[in-house]
Design a protein around this ligand. Structure first.
Ligand SMILES: NC(=O)c1ccc[n+]([C@@H]2O[C@H](COP(=O)([O-])OP(=O)(O)OC[C@H]3O[C@@H](n4cnc5c(N)ncnc54)[C@H](OP(=O)(O)O)[C@@H]3O)[C@@H](O)[C@H]2O)c1
Length: 255
């Protein structure tokens, strides 16, 4: 009998940012691998249409919530673990980006980006790390960071600060949560085509697009390239991997 590698059967995977781009691709991949997916983002219509497009759509759950708020949708999350079961994986793909030179960076803008990209990742992981919320056989947390947390780019200071924070924080958290069999890793993509990058400043001109493409020796990636890695990291096949940052960038940072 062939072995069912990378199966997510009987696993419940929470995915923030599941209404679009990378999070949506992760939701599809996890559902295809047999998981029940909890899709979290703000936009109800896009969440619903994503859910409808998933394999065995009826079994998946949506939560509409704004992660800019200080409060998590804790009541709704608790209901899910009480009624559906405990969480085996969490992919934090919710995020916002900006291209702003230092003279335009404000405390308010920095704080908003920090809330969505970093604080919500920490708060959701904190919620999940309670014994009544994560599966006793183990759990995998994947925060989507970025190569901008590792290398620099002009006018990316706000975004880079948040992504570097995820990469650094995940290492300490991996050590703290290892006794609970909770693994914590980051994934750092280069540029992949998504609604976020379609709106990016460099994508508004031919010169900008060509420059970004030239920085990726294998060309630009797709959301599925990132979802493949996330699927691996929430599967049992990655059971010995924690505290690492998996770079998926078509060679951008190889130089
Ligand atoms: N695309 C790339 O090239 C690339 C490269 C490196 C890293 N990343 C990272 O990958 C992640 C996903 O990016 P993407 O390209 O898939 O972007 P995207 O298509 O814009 O998706 C972002 C997701 O985050 C959700 N979101 C944004 N603000 C939110 C809030 N306040 N509360 C709840 N959900 C919120 C959005 O849903 P709603 O609008 O429905 O709330 C959406 O589902 C981000 O962290 C990004 O920084 C992307």
């Amino acid at each position: 009998m062939a072995f069912d590698f990378f199966t997510l059967k009987d696993k419940i995977i929470l995915i923030s940012g599941a209404s679009s781009g990378i999070g949506q691709a992760c939701a599809r991949r996890c559902a295809d691998a047999g998981a029940t997916v909890v899709l979290l983002a703000r936009n109800k219509e896009r969440l619903q249409s994503t859910r409808d497009s998933l394999f065995q759509s009826d079994k998946h759950i949506t939560i509409s919530a704004d992660l800019m708020n200080d409060e998590l949708p804790e009541k709704r999350l608790n209901e899910i673990t009480e009624n559906l079961g405990k969480i085996s994986g969490f992919i934090h793909a919710a995020g916002i980006s900006s291209t702003l030179p230092l003279r335009m960076v404000t405390e308010h803008q920095l704080s908003e980006m920090y809330k969505v990209n970093v604080l919500s990742a920490v708060s959701l992981t904190k919620w999940m790390s309670k014994p009544s919320h994560f599966h006793e056989s183990g759990c995998s947390v994947v925060w989507i960071a970025s190569i901008m947390g590792m290398v620099g780019e002009v006018a990316k200071i706000s975004y880079s600060l948040t992504k570097g924070a995820l990469i650094a924080g995940a290492k300490s958290l991996a050590l703290e949560l290892a006794p609970k069999k909770i693994r914590v890793n980051t994934v750092s993509p280069g540029v992949v085509s998504s609604p976020m990058t379609e709106n990016a400043v460099y994508n508004q001109t031919d010169i900008g697009r060509e420059r970004i493409q030239a920085l990726h020796p294998l060309g630009l990636g797709t959301v599925n390239d990132v979802a493949n890695a996330c699927h691996f990291l929430v599967s049992d096949e990655s059971r010995w991997i924690t505290g690492t940052n998996l770079v998926i960038d078509g060679g951008y940072t190889a130089r």
